[in-house]
Design a protein around this ligand. Structure first.
Ligand SMILES: *[C@@H]1O[C@H](CO)[C@@H](O)[C@H](O)[C@H]1NC(C)=O
Ligand SMILES: *[C@@H]1O[C@H](CO)[C@@H](O)[C@H](O)[C@H]1NC(C)=O
Ligand SMILES: *[C@@H]1O[C@H](CO)[C@@H](O)[C@H](O)[C@H]1NC(C)=O
Ligand SMILES: *[C@@H]1O[C@H](CO)[C@@H](O)[C@H](O)[C@H]1NC(C)=O
Ligand SMILES: *[C@@H]1O[C@H](CO)[C@@H](O)[C@H](O)[C@H]1NC(C)=O
Ligand SMILES: CC(=O)N[C@H]1CO[C@H](CO)[C@@H](O)[C@@H]1O
Ligand SMILES: [Cu+2]
Length: 577
């Protein structure tokens, strides 16, 4: 009897608590958060190498994933997040910046210390990693832009839960080896677990990784050192008034997918873990490596006072020559590596603004909240300018260009969105195939291939190819899209549909000058065919990889809108000898 009544009390209390939680389940109005009150943090830096008698040598690192509290804004209560860190007490959102040295291995053991239950709603009806006893949060880390063996690539099915208690079907190694033999540049690491990528990143599992090669980079004279070479990790988030992260837990087709929605957009713009921060800068040049770590939000970045960007690299590779731009459009996961010269700023402050509609390009225009990113307060003392010895050189790198004549294989990749009878998206496929269908993209190691990416949806999809780098050749409007779609619905064969419809006779849209170099993500315009030349060997030396890229479990390629990637806009990529 006593037991029964305490159960009753517990149930009643539970009901009261549930009511309280529901009352608190109120979205925070972003206008309640004053902008530019938190200073931009610099994330902890961890060296990916060690010095032994003055010489750089390989280093083994352990980085954990922890459930901690993080302050996103002065006036927002601490937010439960998942954060990477060398320890629980030093874990941050984004995680520490790992600084690797070209030619020196970094061995990394990514340890999952996460609790049994997720802090965000997820959806078991899309292909998702679920441990057999349903306890623990599957995670696996992908180093985006990294060139390494499949077993170090963070394959979506190589997930594991806390203490490696449960592991996914293709999991093999606790420790990953990053060779760092590729061209110097900016990479980032983030979670890639099957069907959970969007929620694991939303919870905070992102961080930057920089490969430096002083013998090549120092002579360039770009702004350098901890103070003037800074990583900016940008993403959008929504919060409840209690500080917790808000993600809608009702799907847009709840009878099919109870939780999944096609795109997550947050109201607040977060840079290095702070909502609309400010940064005090000197009257001189800075280098910013801007990483777009949003789930789905594009950013069209521009300075309110007309200050220009000089783009020196995009994604993980330097351009041939710097390109000046007033605006930089970044899709999720794209990286703009830019120099900004604040000595050119007449005003004492300038705001980096965002002007990308969402979804991009046909959605809502930006508003007061998501149209602002970060404020720069420019120090007034003029002497600082004269002490700036950095420069932007005329030439940066001369990596061999991709040549069409080298392409040994042509592939067609059609992007396709499926909808419910009520015309709400249910899932997206590449070439009409789910992720689980056997690999159809099987490039030879060392090969260069020409891919026609045919976007038959209304959205711009940032395509990311693991291992390979590509250059964008051209983008041509599809003139007979509806016929193409009908053909794909019937035949599910992009090659036959493309060849039978002559889908490439339309208007061409130029690729921006700063996006003509080597990339690992690019925006596939809706209703266009984008041709990319993909290289499966090093771009700086044109030499093959010093490891076996054909081993299991292979790689993947996917849309980098995480909500799409999780619901089947991902395919295996299996290299062959
Ligand atoms: C990881 O696993 C692969 C395949 O099982 C093996 O060849 C490799 O040596 C392992 N690497 C490490 C660092 O343990
Ligand atoms: C959550 O998504 C559902 C389905 O699209 C929608 O009806 C509802 O208004 C959304 N809730 C909020 C708070 O945006
Ligand atoms: C970030 O990427 C998302 C997804 O591709 C994109 O929608 C958004 O515009 C990008 N934002 C920036 C600032 O580049
Ligand atoms: C922002 O975008 C809108 C619509 O594309 C355009 O009309 C406007 O001129 C842009 N504003 C700036 C400052 O570029
Ligand atoms: C790169 O290597 C491929 C294959 O060996 C060769 O066909 C091509 O000409 C090389 N390209 C350059 C720019 O050296
Ligand atoms: C060629 C093509 O498929 N274009 C499509 C692009 O997206 C719009 C909006 O969904 C469609 O109406 C077009 O058919
Ligand atoms: Cu997409």
């Amino acid at each position: 009897m006593a037991f029964a009544s305490s159960l009753l009390i517990t149930t009643l209390l539970g009901g009261v608590l549930a009511a309280v939680i529901r009352a608190e389940d109120v979205l925070l109005n972003p206008s309640k958060l004053e902008m530019f009150v938190d200073e931009l943090p610099d994330m902890p830096r961890i060296q990916g190498f060690q010095l032994v008698r003055g010489l750089p040598r390989r280093r083994s690192l352990n980085i954990g994933m922890y459930n901690v509290l993080w302050k996103f804004h002065r006036d927002l209560p601490p937010t439960p997040v998942f954060a990477y860190g060398a320890s629980r007490s030093t874990a941050t959102v984004p995680g520490p910046t790992i600084e690797a040295l070209h030619g020196v291995d970094t061995y990394l053991t990514w340890l999952n210390y996460l609790p049994p239950k997720h802090i965000l709603p997820w959806d078991p009806t899309i292909p998702t990693a679920v441990p057999s006893d349903k306890k623990g949060i599957p995670t696996v880390v992908h180093l985006h832009g990294g060139i390494h063996e499949p077993w170090s690539d963070g394959h979506a099915d190589s997930w594991y839960t806390s203490g490696f208690r449960h592991t996914g079907p293709t999991w093999t190694n606790k420790t990953y080896r990053y060779h760092n033999l590729q061209q110097p540049g900016t990479l980032w690491y983030h979670d890639h677990a099957m069907g959970l990528t969007r929620v694991n990143l939303l919870a905070g599992l992102v961080g930057a990784y920089v490969i430096r090669q002083p013998e090549i980079e120092s002579p360039l004279g770009l702004p350098s050192g901890d103070e003037f070479d800074r990583v900016l990790v940008v993403f959008d988030r929504s919060f409840r008034v209690d500080g917790s992260l808000y993600m809608n837990s009702t799907g847009n087709n709840p009878s099919i997918h109870p939780q999944w929605q096609p795109e997550y957009f947050g109201d607040a713009i977060i840079v290095n873990g702070k909502a609309w921060p400010y940064m005090k800068v000197r009257r001189r040049r800075y280098r910013f490596r801007i990483i777009n770590a949003s789930n789905a939000r594009f950013f069209q970045l521009l300075f309110t006072n007309g200050l220009k960007f000089t783009v020196v690299a995009s994604d993980s590779a330097y351009l041939r020559r710097p390109v000046e731009a007033r605006e930089v459009l970044l899709a999720p996961s794209e990286i703009a590596d830019v120099v900004v010269d604040f000595s050119k700023s007449k005003a004492g402050t300038t705001v980096l603004a965002n002007n990308a509609s969402y979804p991009y390009p046909s959605g809502d225009p930006v508003n007061e909240a998501n149209g602002r990113v970060i404020k720069f307060i420019v120090e007034q003392s003029p002497e600082e300018y004269s002490s700036d010895t950095s420069k932007v050189p005329k030439w940066l790198t001369r990596y061999p260009r991709a040549r069409l004549s080298e392409a040994s294989q042509t592939r067609y990749i059609a992007m396709f969105e499926y909808t419910s009878p009520a015309d709400k998206p249910t899932h997206l496929y590449l070439n009409g195939l789910p992720y689980s269908a056997p690999a159809t993209e099987t490039p030879r190691a060392g090969a260069t291939e020409l891919w026609y990416v045919i976007n038959l949806t209304g959205d711009n999809h940032p395509l990311h190819i693991h291992l390979g780098l590509f250059t964008v050749m051209d983008q041509t409007e599809i003139q007979d899209g509806e016929k193409f779609k009908d053909c794909m619905t019937n035949l599910k064969d992009a090659v036959r549909c493309h060849l039978s419809r002559h889908a490439s006779g339309g208007r061409k849209v130029a690729v921006s000058a700063h996006e003509r170099g080597w990339k690992n993500v690019y925006k596939m315009m809706p209703g266009y065919v984008t041709r990319v030349l993909v290289r499966f060997s090093y771009i700086h030396s044109n030499s093959s990889y010093p490891f076996d890229p054909t081993s299991e479990p292979g790689y993947v390629y996917h849309c980098h809108i995480l909500d799409h990637e999780d619901n089947n806009m991902m395919r295996p990529l299996k290299l062959i000898k």
